[in-house]
Design a protein around this ligand. Structure first.
Ligand code: URA
Ligand code: CA
Length: 433
């Protein structure tokens, strides 16, 4: 087989066989296929797409490019949740202990932040002492005993995806449904959960800008999951504006603690209950989502969810006293309010632009090697539909540098106001089974 023939076949809209796809993925992982041929192939896929069968084969080839985690030593149905990436998406920090508090085993593999999107591992590591690089046997024991463990990107999981993702990032081929679906699902399958709840984000702050393409991505992923025997479903949720109020690592941990107490932002709490109840049902701890939702609301109300968070933080080496006393978390040197210039209503908050504003403060990574400043970030005081009077604080900037004119300018550019109230945005657009 020759790579050039396979590029040509895809360029002309042909359908590749399983053997041909294996040849490409194995060859690129072992470096017998160079970047320039792979780039050309990826661009062909970008324009010509892939059938469901090709996408499934591509996913399996990437799973087989490295190790797979064996979670069979964990009792019960293991459920994972995955978000396609957003801004200020605090859901995992809330969901992991929340779902574990009703007895569902949560074995969570999480990533670090890149670009305008944050990463859950960075967020957890803003708790002093918290270790996310834990050994496989500790990980499994901890899920059995505490019901929840989180680990960062480990060892040799889907090396093909790592290499291909790096290449897509610099060749304008990220935004392709088969490439995204196979990338995300290969990691989920390799990390061993029995069931998967996908949170597909749609809107300005997400990869998918409209509900139709988000649904298409969700269908592609659900299909792959089912084909390999993993019970998979997807929720399409809004990322037209950032989720919750906090963007930045320490700020989001505080926001998650508030939410586990039953006090957090309404949209964050609602999305956590929606996704969490699906996880509980897939784990067969409840028959219906209504029943599951009641279980989750109960552990928030009786304090068990927050207790579970403490237990989990201690198990991972972290200082759980920060949960009762969040002021012990790292604090930024400066708190700078951004004020409304006129009266009106918030009509739009461009999530990607706000995410970038947080990133340039140091809350995220511009490149893989950037160092994250855990204390910095943004708190949004006004969201879409809120009334604003001239002089109100719309955002507080938490910064470790005094001059933040660049950030302020970006925030003003991200917010749009109108004279009349706009409707509250829809949080959950659809479900895909
Ligand atoms: N996240 C991934 O892991 N892969 C993609 O292709 C897009 C988002
Ligand atoms: Ca948030």
């Amino acid at each position: 087989m020759r790579m050039v023939d396979l590029i040509e076949k895809k360029r002309d809209g042909g359908e590749l066989t399983k053997e041909e796809i294996n040849f490409i993925i194995e060859g690129y992982t072992s470096e017998s296929i160079p970047d320039y041929q792979m780039s050309s192939f990826l661009m062909s896929v970008f324009f010509k797409g892939m059938t469901a069968e090709e996408t499934a084969n591509m996913t399996l080839a990437m799973v087989n490019s490295g190790d797979q985690i064996d979670l069979s030593a964990i009792e019960g149905i293991k459920v994972d949740k995955h978000s396609t990436g957003g801004v200020g998406d605090t859901t995992t920090i809330v969901l992991a202990p929340l779902v574990a508090a009703v007895g569902v085993p949560v074995a969570k593999l999480s990533g670090r932040g890149l670009g305008h999107t944050g990463g859950t591992v960075d967020k957890f590591e803003s708790i002093p002492g918290f270790r996310s690089e834990i050994e496989a046997d500790q990980f499994i024991n901890q899920v059995n005993e505490v019901k929840v463990a989180v680990t960062g990107p480990t060892g040799n999981l889907t090396p093909a995806d790592k290499k291909i993702y790096g290449l897509r990032d610099v060749t304008a081929t990220v935004n392709s449904i088969p490439l995204m679906a196979s990338s995300i699902m290969s990691k989920k399958i390799a990390s061993g959960s029995d069931a998967i709840v996908l949170d597909v984000k749609v809107g300005a702050g997400a990869f998918m800008k409209d509900v139709e393409s988000a649904k298409e991505l969700a269908h592609a992923m659900v299909e792959i999951g089912k084909n390999v025997g993993r019970d998979t479903m997807a929720v399409i949720s809004d990322m037209d504006q950032p989720l919750g109020f906090a963007i930045g690592n320490v700020l989001e941990v505080k926001e998650a603690i508030d939410t586990l107490r039953g006090e957090g932002p309404k949209d964050l709490k609602e999305l956590c209950l929606t996704l969490g109840s699906k996880m509980v049902v897939l784990a067969k701890h409840a028959e219906t989502v209504e029943e599951a939702r009641e279980m989750l609301e109960e552990v928030i109300a009786n304090g068990k969810a927050l207790e579970k968070f403490k237990e989990f933080v201690i198990a991972q080496g972290g200082d759980a006293s920060v949960i009762d006393d969040p002021f012990k978390l790292a604090r930024a040197q400066y708190e700078i309010p951004v004020l409304a210039k006129e009266d009106g209503y918030v009509a739009e908050i461009e999530a990607d632009s706000i995410g970038t504003a947080a990133m340039i403060l140091g809350a995220g990574r511009a490149t893989k090697d950037s160092v994250v400043d855990l204390a910095v970030g943004l708190m949004l005081h006004k969201k879409i539909g809120d009334e604003v009077k001239k002089g109100d604080t719309i955002v507080t900037i938490y910064s470790n540098r005094e001059n933040v004119d660049d950030v302020i300018e970006r925030i003003y550019e991200s917010y749009r106001f109108s004279l009349t109230k706009v409707a509250d945005p829809v949080l959950v657009h659809a479900e895909v089974h």
